[in-house]
Design a protein. Structure first.
Lengths: 41, 506
């Protein structure tokens, strides 16, 4: 594979799969915080 | 009537992701990316995701969640003048599901044919001749094809049983099984594909950037089209699904997850498909662009050829590929059927089972049309016209009505921000009020211009008039006619659903 193809593949993976991981991670974190707030109340 | 609800946040997300991930992710995206700048295509693709896909997804989640109804009821609660758009989208969903089920029937049949690679040494002849019995002249319809009809009945039975079981016990449970299974089966296929000889040549063709393509408007239109058709937006699914969310549910981050999950699967599919195409090109000693295909021919002709050439376990990889198509398509089909089941229940006060049997049963009967020897041409025509003159136009009508005629973006934005973890701002409103209508408007103009001047695939005018323009027009007329029928006053008399009143149950 050419270098430019590898770079574009890596960028695509980082942005798209990274976006998924970040949004799922954020949902898990906020879900935990909400549950903790409910328990503390 | 008490509205059903999802059992959990992840149940809703998996159902939404299952709806978005469909056949187009596997057989459309890879070729569109390859044909529109390769690696450079990711720039317009991401731009389209951020400025049209995600904003529209958030809009539909917010509409359904705030107004808590099927698309017609949600749009009726928004304004008396917009109900017809909801029914138009229901009509579009009905037509799409009638032929989509048939493609799933093909995939189910091919899952069986994979055992022993029963398509033989000439997959094209097997698909068009032995299997579909397609006539030489598009538009000819002579007989029902039992090899398609039998798996079609099976697909409809599974779909309607899931529908009858309801939102939580049916759709949610099914997608909780289907989506992880899809990721595992397709993931296994991709892992094998990228280790085949010649795979890197295929990946090189897919990702090699042609930045000069970015100055071509058609590339940007292709990116918006891919995002638009891929995310299940503008044909009422996401409004319906989000209407089943509990009151205190996140909307914006759920949209981000669903949008990125859909794109993630598309990227995975691109890698798997082009690695396999690179392998086929390498084994035939030809360039990748000579064998690169999309759509029906990629799935049912090119992939059987590729599977024939696999060094080992041919049957297993055939089952994995066509099984993945069935899983991806089935989770989308059940979401489309839910659109008209939900609408029938809201408008006519039907029980779920009755609505599923009436709506789904009628659609199953219509789908037999596509299980005939002329079904391939009927299906291809209906798909092109209902996409270009149904979904795109209905999406344009929806966004223009909400953003410009009713001017409701502000109040919807406040609702989304009140319940969500990630807040949206002026960028969301600009995307929906300016960028999305401009892009959809241009796509509509271009679709009309191209189809009127060039026709479609050299098909006869009679076929285009009936299966193409006719199907698109029937959906619109259906929308207008059904919206004239009065609602049960109790359904509409729900003042907590008045949009301008601040939500009390946060």
């Amino acid at each position: 594979m050419e270098g430019s193809s590898v770079v574009m593949m890596v960028i695509g993976m980082v942005v798209i799969w990274g976006g998924l991981v970040a949004s799922v991670g954020y949902a898990i974190r906020t879900g935990r915080q909400a549950r903790k707030a409910d328990t503390d109340r | 009537m008490h509205r059903e609800e999802w059992g959990s946040r992840w149940g809703f997300i998996l159902a939404a992701v299952g709806s978005a991930i469909g056949l187009g992710n596997i057989w459309r995206f890879p070729y569109i990316a390859f044909d529109n700048g390769g690696g450079a295509f990711f720039l317009p693709y991401l731009f389209a995701l951020l400025t049209a896909g995600l904003p529209l997804l958030i809009l539909e989640y917010t509409l359904g969640h705030r107004l808590r109804g099927s698309a017609p009821l949600t749009l009726r609660r928004l304004s008396k003048k917009t109900e017809w758009i909801g029914w138009w989208q229901v009509g579009i969903g009905f037509i799409i599901s009638s032929y989509y089920a048939v493609v799933l029937a093909w995939a189910a049949a091919y899952t069986y044919y994979s055992v022993g690679t029963q398509w033989g040494d000439n997959p094209e002849q097997f698909f068009l001749g032995s299997f579909l019995q397609a006539p030489d002249t598009p538009g000819d319809v002579n007989t029902i094809v039992p090899a398609v009809l039998i798996p079609l009945i099976l697909i409809w039975v599974v779909t309607l049983v899931i529908g009858v079981r309801g939102v939580k016990r049916g759709i949610e449970t099914a997608t909780k099984v289907m989506i992880p299974l899809l990721v595992v089966t397709f993931g296994a296929l991709v892992l094998r594909a990228v280790t085949l000889p010649g795979a890197t040549a295929g990946l090189d063709s897919l990702f090699r950037p042609d930045f000069g393509a970015l100055t071509d408007g058609a590339v940007w239109t292709a990116a918006y089209g891919q995002i638009f058709f891929s995310l299940s937006i503008a044909f009422a699914i996401m409004i319906t699904y989000s209407s089943y969310l509990p009151r205190s549910s996140d909307l914006t981050n759920n949209a981000l997850i669903a949008g990125f999950a859909n794109s993630s699967f598309e990227l995975l599919a691109g890698i798997g498909v082009f690695a396999a195409i690179g392998f086929m090109a390498s084994s035939q000693g030809v360039a990748v662009d000579e064998v690169a295909q999309q759509g029906v021919l990629l799935a049912f002709v090119a992939f059987p050829q590729i599977i024939n050439t696999f060094p080992a376990l041919n049957s297993l990889f055939g089952v994995l590929f066509f099984g993945s198509l069935v899983l991806a398509g089935l989770s989308s089909l059940i979401s489309i059927v839910e659109v008209y089941v939900s609408a029938l229940r809201d408008k006519f006060g039907l029980e779920r089972t009755t609505a599923v049997l009436v709506g789904g049963g009628a659609c199953a009967l219509v789908s037999v049309l596509y299980a005939t020897d002329g079904g391939l041409f009927l299906l291809d025509t209906a798909d092109s016209f209902i996409n270009n003159f149904g979904i795109v136009l209905a999406g344009l009508a929806e966004v223009v009505a909400v953003a410009w005629f009713l001017r409701r973006l502000g109040v919807l934005q406040r609702h989304a921000n009140r319940v969500s973890d990630v807040t949206i701002g002026w960028g969301w409103r600009i995307s929906l009020a300016v960028i999305t209508p401009l892009v959809l408007g241009y796509m509509t103009f271009d679709n009309f211009r191209t189809t009127i001047t060039q026709g479609y695939e050299d098909y006869p005018t009679g076929l285009l008039l009936i299966a193409g323009w006719g199907a698109a027009l029937v959906a619109l007329i259906f929308g207008i006619v059904v919206s004239l029928r009065r609602w049960d006053p109790e359904v509409l008399d729900f003042d907590t659903h008045t949009l301008d009143r601040e939500e009390v149950h946060t």
